[in-house]
Design a protein around this ligand. Structure first.
Ligand SMILES: Nc1ncnc2c1ncn2[C@@H]1O[C@H](COP(=O)(O)OP(=O)(O)O)[C@@H](O)[C@H]1O
Ligand SMILES: [Mg+2]
Length: 275
């Protein structure tokens, strides 16, 4: 262990040591810029005496896997929380599908890294994974600060993002796509989605990969996830087209569930928030 001060050192050399599937909490080794917006929520365990325990994979994805972690202080039943760990995969995986179009308008300063990413070398893929993680963490922080419903972004360390786990106990909330809402419920959820999209558009953003798979519904509340490609509508030359696609995909899903969801109207309303 390196990055902790003397006051925490005594805690870390207590009788408890991490066992298999455990590590020391990575919170103390993050800098303030690698942590989510203040105030940090009350439920978050920030003690340097905490362990992170792997509870298993929630979902494997193309570019990242979602793991469930418990962050808890041994022998302190009050100091425990569940976290979702989204881990971007680096070298050894296939190409990222969200690449060129999203990256336009984003600049990479280090030309060696830029060339490596373009070549798709192992170093390039490692750089990409880290960039996507940073982009997603920033996206989560942006929405969180706008007061929009996202999992609270706890911290970023390299290619791993830790965020609030949305679910009941260790059971993850279902994605919108897994629900079979009645019409009234669908209308309520659509209203929530529209409010979220307006909140985003007022700040100049489109989700960029909005779908019934990237929205969770937890206790009647719609929560947005999967934000590495948050789109700056005005700065990105494809911004308006991406917003239009978001509107199309989500209105199509709600229309199939009995909601009078008009994608053109939604798009016009949202774009008028930006320009
Ligand atoms: N904070 C979270 N709490 C609970 N489940 C989550 C959370 N974030 C993601 N998930 C689950 O993991 C899945 C994959 O996460 P997502 O961010 O959409 O990654 P991908 O890029 O692989 O689509 C989601 O569809 C959802 O089921
Ligand atoms: Mg997703």
């Amino acid at each position: 262990m390196s990055l902790f001060d003397e006051s925490t050192a005594s805690l870390r050399f207590s009788t408890h040591q991490p066992g298999p599937g455990q590590r020391w909490s990575t919170w103390p080794s993050t800098t303030p810029t690698q942590r989510g917006p203040r105030p940090h929520p009350d439920w978050l365990v920030v003690s340097a005496a905490a362990f992170d325990t792997e509870l298993g994979i929630v979902k494997t994805g193309k570019e990242a896997d979602l793991h469930l972690l418990e962050r808890a202080v041994p022998d302190d039943p009050t100091a425990t929380c569940l976290l979702a760990a989204k881990r971007y995969r680096g070298p050894g995986t296939t190409d990222f599908h969200r690449s060129a179009a999203y990256q336009e308008g984003r600049r990479m300063r280090n030309t060696r890294d830029t060339r490596a990413v373009a070549r798709g070398s192992a170093h390039g893929r490692a750089v990409s994974a880290e960039r996507w993680a940073i982009a997603e963490f920033e996206g989560l922080c942006t929405l969180s600060q706008l007061g929009l419903p996202v999992p609270y972004p706890v911290q970023i360390s390299g290619t791993e993002i830790l965020m609030e786990f949305i679910g009941d106990g260790t059971r993850a909330a279902a994605r919108l796509a897994q629900h079979r809402p009645g019409r009234a419920e669908a209308e309520d959820w659509f209203e929530q989605v529209v409010r979220i999209l307006h909140g985003l558009a007022r700040a100049g953003f489109a989700h960029g990969d909005l779908s019934a798979y990237n929205l969770l519904v937890h206790r009647g509340q719609v929560v947005v996830i999967d934000l590495p490609q948050l789109v700056d509508i005005a700065a990105n030359p494809n911004g308006a087209a991406m917003l239009q696609r978001d509107c199309h995909i989500i209105c199509d899903w709600f229309a199939r569930h009995g909601v009078a969801a008009d994608e053109d109207l939604l798009f016009t309303d949202l774009i008028s928030e930006v320009f």
